[in-house]
Design a protein. Structure first.
Length: 313
């Protein structure tokens, strides 16, 4: 049985074995995902203690679960880019001279639709960006749809509609931090990738790729400090990524559609969780065009990622 409840600006979707908590007023983030596995309850998402915690500490806590739009990760030189032979300067949050993580990560979304059936429950949340940042004067509509499915599965779809009179540059991503009940140093990672984006000392892509095959097979994260972007294989023959707690025999699998070409992996200093970010583009795509989407006027596109927690053997 699936149910949807709302209380104090929190949406709770639950089944007999899984529960997700969504905060519409906080950028429509997925703040908790609790599953029943091996006879105990585990929360997969490293989120916020409360709405107030998000409002006060979203940036300082690393943009946990934030929606990255209309650009992802970093744009250097305080967000400068050229589009249509015109220079723009976009940005909402700046770190060391780089604009970070888009414009809508903490904007209030509205619930536009919800439904429960015998097999699933879903909630759609939407936000209309009217072009309020002079560095991105291109209005668009974004809808994030959460599906809670059986077998400890969450599917997240993103619909974007260009409301501008001409083609717009856009990218999309999500910045969740996952916790499988152990510190990062006790977890293992596997990815469908053997190429990594080359960064400069500001973590900005140079435009090149280099071979990186460490994670083609399950690899320990012990002692590894990662803030890197990986190009996924296309087509995928299975999950793009698996994060595994071998001691408790739990795995998280991540399976995006073909539009999410990149995975950004970040290990925060506290090492209690790990950010695994589905991205349509590499960082600074407004300048380097690595995966940049050019969306025609009145056109739309949909992106989907599926997350599942399974027993690991």
């Amino acid at each position: 049985m699936y149910t949807i409840s709302k209380d104090a600006d929190i949406i709770l979707i639950q089944s007999e074995t899984s529960r997700i908590e969504i905060l519409p007023g906080c950028g429509a983030i997925l703040n908790k995902w609790e599953v029943d596995i091996h006879g105990k309850k585990m929360n997969m998402i490293d989120g916020y203690d409360s709405i107030e915690d998000f409002q006060q500490n979203c940036e300082s806590k690393g943009f946990r679960s934030s929606k990255l739009s209309p650009y992802v990760c970093r744009i250097p030189d305080n967000g400068k880019y050229i589009y249509g032979n015109k220079e723009y300067q976009i940005g909402k949050f700046d770190l060391n001279g780089c604009s970070l993580h888009g414009l809508i990560y903490n904007m209030p979304f509205e619930v536009s639709f919800e439904e429960t059936t015998e097999d699933t429950a879903m909630v759609a949340l939407s936000y209309y960006y009217d072009g309020w940042d002079p560095g991105y004067p291109f209005p668009y509509f974004i809808e994030v749809i959460y599906y809670l499915l059986g077998d400890n599965t969450v599917k997240i779809c993103t619909n974007i509609i260009n409301e501008h009179s001409s083609t717009i540059p856009i990218a999309d991503g999500w910045h969740p931090y996952f916790n499988l009940g152990k510190p990062v140093d006790e977890l293992y990672l596997e990815m469908a990738s053997d190429q990594m984006v080359v960064f400069d000392d500001r973590l900005i892509p140079t435009g090149a790729l280099k071979p990186e095959a460490r994670f083609e097979f399950l690899h320990s994260l012990e002692g590894l400090e990662l803030d890197n972007c990986f190009l996924l294989r296309n087509p995928l023959l299975g999950p793009a990524c698996s994060l595994v707690n071998t001691e408790d025999k739990i795995a998280l699998t991540i399976t995006p559609d073909e539009f999410y070409q990149y995975l950004q992996i970040y290990t925060p200093p506290h090492r209690n969780s790990i950010a695994i970010e589905n991205l349509t583009s590499a960082p600074n795509a407004f300048n380097n065009q690595m995966g940049l989407i050019l969306l025609p006027a009145e056109d739309q596109f949909q992106l989907t990622t599926t997350y599942q927690v399974i027993p690991w053997t």
